[in-house]
Ligand binder design. Structure first.
Ligand code: ADP
Ligand code: MG
Length: 239
């Protein structure tokens, strides 16, 4: 279970205030998609949730426990980026195992986690390969698989498909939809600028502008009843 709560989150880089008091409540197991123009603060928000960047003020909690000051490794949060960030000199297996080894997990437990994750992402046959021997789509599946081995309660995706060509993007999107079904208790936040990804994956869509929420709602609510032209431009019906 992972009920994620973000309260009055503020984040500035120098004089630039990127997040200006951001509030969001994400019930356990919900799949929330963030959309919004480039530079509106989507990645900043994900990095703040993951603990990769300090914040100016505000708080983040999971199931009522304040995690605002915890280091990234203690938050139970995994993040997948646009670039796959695999270790090039390690096989797929060793990429999957690395974080588990660092966490001091026994070999037997590592094997259970890696087998389950490899099966889920259909990368079992690739375990002995090196990243350079994989397609972009396979690399991204390995990156997602690596995040899953850590059994996160919250999963963050930052435009995970945007480096893939159109066909791979569709295939990997379907993979992520499957993942959502297989991990119904895992809370997921997914950033994209692709309307199809947002409409097909989201339980709720959050439309951001200038570090603030313009509108939040179920995909069809936003599609049929956007609050304004800005939201309509991202999600709304062309009529
Ligand atoms: P998005 O992911 O929505 O495109 P970002 O969260 O990456 O937007 O960036 C939001 C704003 O913060 C942008 O104006 C960007 O230039 C700025 N920014 C992001 N990271 C840094 C940083 N490390 N230092 C200074 N400014 C940054
Ligand atoms: Mg970004």
């Amino acid at each position: 279970m992972a009920h994620l709560r973000i309260d009055k989150l503020r984040k500035s880089y120098g004089a630039l205030e990127v997040l200006r008091g951001f509030d969001l409540d994400v019930p356990s197991g919900e799949f929330v998609v963030f959309v919004g123009p480039s530079g509106c603060g989507k990645s900043t928000l994900l990095r703040a949730i993951a603990g990769l960047d300090g914040i100016t003020s505000g708080s983040i909690s999971i199931d009522g426990d304040d995690i605002t000051d915890l280091p990234p490794s203690d938050r139970g949060i995994a993040m997948v980026f646009q670039s796959y960030a695999l270790y090039p000199h390690m096989t797929v297996h060793d990429n999957l195992a690395f974080g588990l080894k660092m966490a001091g997990m026994s070999r037997a437990e590592q094997k259970v986690r890696i087998d389950a994750s490899a099966r889920m992402l259909q990368i079992d046959a690739l375990l002995d390969r090196f990243p350079r021997e994989l397609s972009g789509g396979q690399r991204q599946r390995v990156a997602i698989g690596r995040a899953i081995t850590r059994d996160p309660s919250v999963f963050l995706f930052d435009e995970p498909l945007s480096n893939l060509d159109a066909a791979l993007r569709v295939a990997t999107r379907i993979e992520i939809a499957r993942l959502k079904e297989k991990l119904p208790d895992t809370t997921m936040i997914y950033v994209t600028h692709d309307q199809v990804e947002a409409m097909t994956l989201a339980d709720r869509i959050v439309v951001l502008q200038g570090g603030r929420i313009e509108q939040v709602g179920k995909p069809l609510e936003l599609y049929h009843r956007p609050n304004n032209l800005f939201v309509a431009g991202f999600i709304g019906s062309p009529a």
